[in-house]
Design a protein around this ligand. Structure first.
Ligand SMILES: [Fe+2]
Length: 215
């Protein structure tokens, strides 16, 4: 069964409309501003997200929580067949934050419930050394349900996000067309090291390939 055959009709028609619009824009800024205008209406659709959460609890085929994603709190809601964007749900434990990371595309994010904390960083050496990054915190704020923020690809979008509250929360991220890089960078602010984060599927493939080398 394909993803789109189980996707709620209302969401599918919204995603088809978004894909058509995004296909008409050529630059990241216009695409981001289109999604920032559209996303609040979805974020405030409590009935829709109650349905999604209930589907997850009962093990429905949509959304498919077995689908490999970069972060383990991430659930894929939609991938545009033209690869113009993807829609992802994030489930946050109380106190849970992502590692500091970059992205392979632009992204627009916002909470459905609770507050989504965003911490942004500037890379001072701007990638002159791939494994070393001196990061400075440049912004920190909390988004309320229905509010959005955006991020840019690679060094222009280094951030971490999370839930500082006392309850599990839900957020959504819309990500644009992805660069052909099979990983994202993670940043250790304590020792300035940069490390690669692969999806669990790719990580297993890479390790299997490495292990095979000494057989
Ligand atoms: Fe992110």
């Amino acid at each position: 069964m394909t993803l789109s055959s189980k996707i709620p009709a209302k969401l599918l028609s919204k995603c088809l409309r978004w894909s058509k619009a995004l296909g008409e824009f050529t630059d990241n800024e216009t695409q981001i501003s289109f999604i920032r205008k559209e996303l609040p209406l979805l974020l405030t659709d409590k009935v829709f997200f109650v349905g999604i959460l209930e589907n997850i609890i009962k093990g429905d085929t949509y959304p498919d929580i077995r689908k490999a994603t970069m972060f383990d709190n991430e659930v894929l809601l939609y991938i545009d067949p033209e690869h113009r964007f993807s829609m992802r749900l994030f489930l946050w434990e109380p106190g849970e934050f992502t590692p500091i990371h970059d992205h392979n595309s632009w992204g627009v994010i916002g909470p459905v419930t609770g507050e989504l904390e965003v911490v942004k960083y500037k890379r001072e050496n701007n990638g002159s050394s791939e494994e070393y990054a001196n990061l400075t915190e440049i912004d920190r704020f909390k988004l309320q349900p229905g509010e959005t923020d955006f991020t840019m690809p690679l060094n222009d979008g280094i951030h971490k996000t999370g839930n500082e509250g006392q309850y599990a929360t839900v957020s959504v991220g819309i990500y644009g067309r992805s660069l052909k890089r099979p990983y994202i960078n993670g940043f250790n602010i304590r020792n300035n090291q940069v490390y690669k984060i692969y999806s669990p599927k790719l990580k297993k493939k890479n390790l299997a390939s490495q292990a095979l080398e000494i057989f």
